[in-house]
Design a protein around this ligand. Sequence first.
Ligand code: GLC
Length: 535
Amino acid sequence: MTWWRDAAIYQVYLRSFADGSGDGIGDIAGLESRLGYLRDLGVDALWINPWYASPMADGGYDVADYRQIDPAFGTLQDAERLIGAAHQFGLKIIVDLVPNHTSDRHAWFREAVEAGPGSPARDRYHFRDEPNNWQSRFGGPAWSQVDDGQWYLHLFDSSQPDLNWDHPEVRAEFLSILRFWLDRGVDGFRIDVAARLVKQAGLPDKHEAEEAVPSFIDPPDQPDKDRPEVHEIYRDWRLVLGEYGSDRVFVGEIWVSDPERFALYLRPDELHTAFNFEFLKCAWEAGAFRAVIDRTLATHARVAAPPTWVLSNHDVTRHVTRYGRTETAFAKRVHDVPSDLALGTRRARAAALLSMALPGGVYVYQGDELGLPEVFDLPAALREDPVFYRTEGLDLGRDGCRVPLPWGGECPPFEFGKGGAWLRQPEEWRDLTAARQLGDADSMLSLYRLALRIRKSEPALGDGRMRWLESEAGVLAFARDPGFVCVVNLTDRAVGLPEGTALLASAELEDPGTGEARLPPDAAVWLRTASEVTA
Ligand code: GLC
């Protein structure tokens, strides 16, 4: 079995993780100084958001040079040292590859602009004399004009021109970039916007008008998404990865809800895994979870790929906040609805145990382990996300889930670094610092550390199978062999438990030690069961 089939992968949003240089922006030195924390947390690998040379118009997802590290983060030597140091700590490194678009400062785009209409340099992007009706994923039109009047396509910000993946030079360049990082010892790649690289020939208009605030629920059959030809690209990439042994991995960012189409990306000669966004979007509701889990397992079984379980990332509202709302399903970012954060935190604790008990791999977005909520009241002038500007504030964007981590101390920047933090953390985060939580056995951090430790040592957990147990409505209960049961109570009253000894619970059980222990609402428990459960 290979490590990635059941890895616990921690997402490092580098700008906001830890600042070693004192400029208020997280960097490689800061990450290196906290590797011990990550090892002790118990994760197996780190996925690092883009660290390449970039004007940072989209937090680094606008890459100007795929073979250089942005000076704000460090140098290429720092990156190489970090990869080595992480390996020393037993942590694998997954880097973020952004193939759908470059920055408008990338040498190719500059060349294209200078070379003028009809030039071969323009063929590496999508230049046209007239735009079509596509909208940017960040709001507003997906086309912008250069000075000579031609339009170029950008599915995201105008500073992120889309590459033309029908162009052989584009394909060759990315094979070379893969090799560049594989030669430096990375263990894998997270592939940004993996379903959108190829566009329908001729870039035809869309039928439906898109909304002002793009949703995470996409209509199917769009000319800019999930085209069958995209699979050729991943087959080529897989061959390159294969030259480096069988231990390196691709994880795709694939927002494709249709299970059959999603599974195609995970065929044995394409990507290894993909983020499970259906799980992330799922409402706090037992029936909905059960359906998503069943669908996930069936989808992945089709292609023998391991599922992943994802609760949050750098693009969505933090789940502590989502789970504290009346509407807990996630379709698009909203900011004007109240959230009961105590309830959200309670549910987030239970969700952590659920996600770590399911078969496959699990993702932890930095700050999940601290129970951080979304931050809404950021000064407009400090906001950086192009989504905020392109939707004219209708969508506040993603800065609120990217606020720098609170490490310790009593006031901002909470030991993020010596020079403040590019977004100021709320004062209340003094109660959520890593240092504070380490000293509290009941904290979110203590729960994550213990759960990840048990998950690693428990033969029943990780890759493999699960079986639903009979349970009352509103309760999820499943068994994993040998001798492990997870129960999650999504009702509003305490419920009885199957026989077994509690290994870990997200909240205090009622009547513990009586043989009649009960699981309170919005809580989960892991049980050791004496008998082998037959599948
Ligand atoms: C992905 C990234 C997101 C980025 C976008 C454009 O969705 O996760 O952060 O803005 O791609 O690269």
